[in-house]
Design a protein around this ligand. Sequence first.
Ligand code: HEM
Ligand SMILES: CC(C)=CCC/C(C)=C/CC/C(C)=C/COP(=O)(O)OP(=O)(O)O
Length: 316
Amino acid sequence: MQVLWPQTNTLWGRVQDYIQLTKPRIILLLLITTTGAVWLASQGEPDMDILLTTLVTGTWAAGSANTINCLYDRDIDQIMVRTQRRPIPAGRIRPGQALGFAVVLAVAAFGLQTWRVNVLSALLEWAGILVYVLVYTHWLKRSSPQNIVIGGAAGAIPPLVGWAAVTGELSACAWILFAIIFIWTPPHFWALALMIREDYAQVGVPMLPVVAGSEQTAQQILLYTLLLIPTSLLLVYPCGVVGGLYALMALTLGGIFLYKVFQLFAQPEEVKLARSVFKYSIIYLMLLSLGMGLDRWPLMHTWQNVLVQKAVHWWG
Ligand code: HEM
Ligand SMILES: CC(C)=CCC/C(C)=C/CC/C(C)=C/COP(=O)(O)OP(=O)(O)O
């Protein structure tokens, strides 16, 4: 069968196609979690050069990983309704072009991050690409219903990159940031998979809702969400890198998450509830990262100390 590659005519159309390959909305959230880590590691006073360079190279590295994923999965992406119109399955970008683009992005990310920041953070960016491409996309996605639990480690690497960019090493607190996203990933993804499980079933991808059904998936979502809340608080104690404002935000955001997940647990077949959990998972992670930033905002820190002192005085 002859394959046609209808090219997009205008330059802007081509640029848009390449941007689409990188899954930019997902990158935005990855950058937000990276920024949260940079903020905490530098105690609210980040070096702007380090922050901006890490965000630029993080965009390139994640863009490279996502492009390779689009390339590798082009066979199933062509069949699933959600992914059919992506540039490779729709024939707007050739596989060879996508590969070249991904290699350039990965090499540029490594070079710039090593040159301007440090080699550990650059190596971690490459580790993110390798885990996502080899462990998740190649090894587990099509073979195990636990694919995203283990493969989810890739998406949890950006905070390690941010931390290493500032300190040149990985402390226990960096690993707690990693753990927060690692545990957040199953509720995030399985809620979505509940909504589109027919798509996955059609192409034989063994996502948990396809293999184990809605009830067990909702149960697993609940377990991970229950674990997520105490994990998010480890940054307050024993880490001590954030204080009361973050704790309040983590508890409130976690409480809302748990409420939504309980609703889904009660009615696991209700697609509307799964959609609500999926959308909220994104808002949760955005606001939790914002909470880290706000808590360590220099002025906010002073206010918190004053409030704590007043409270102690009042009670005492
Ligand atoms: C292995 C782990 C993960 C899997 C399997 C996964 C899977 C997905 C899928 C299939 C989508 C729908 C994309 C689409 O409609 O084209 C999605 C959306 C999204 N994911 Fe994840 N995800 C994972 C981890 C993450 C991580 C770590 C982040 C960021 C910290 C993230 C952020 C997002 C965002 C922001 C969206 C919404 C994108 C939009 O509005 O189109 N995901 N995820
Ligand atoms: C440090 C660094 C560079 C880390 C890379 C992290 C990264 C790119 C995570 C992406 C996670 C994600 C969107 C998985 C979805 O894949 P999928 O194949 O299930 O989604 P799809 O079906 O929409 O293609």
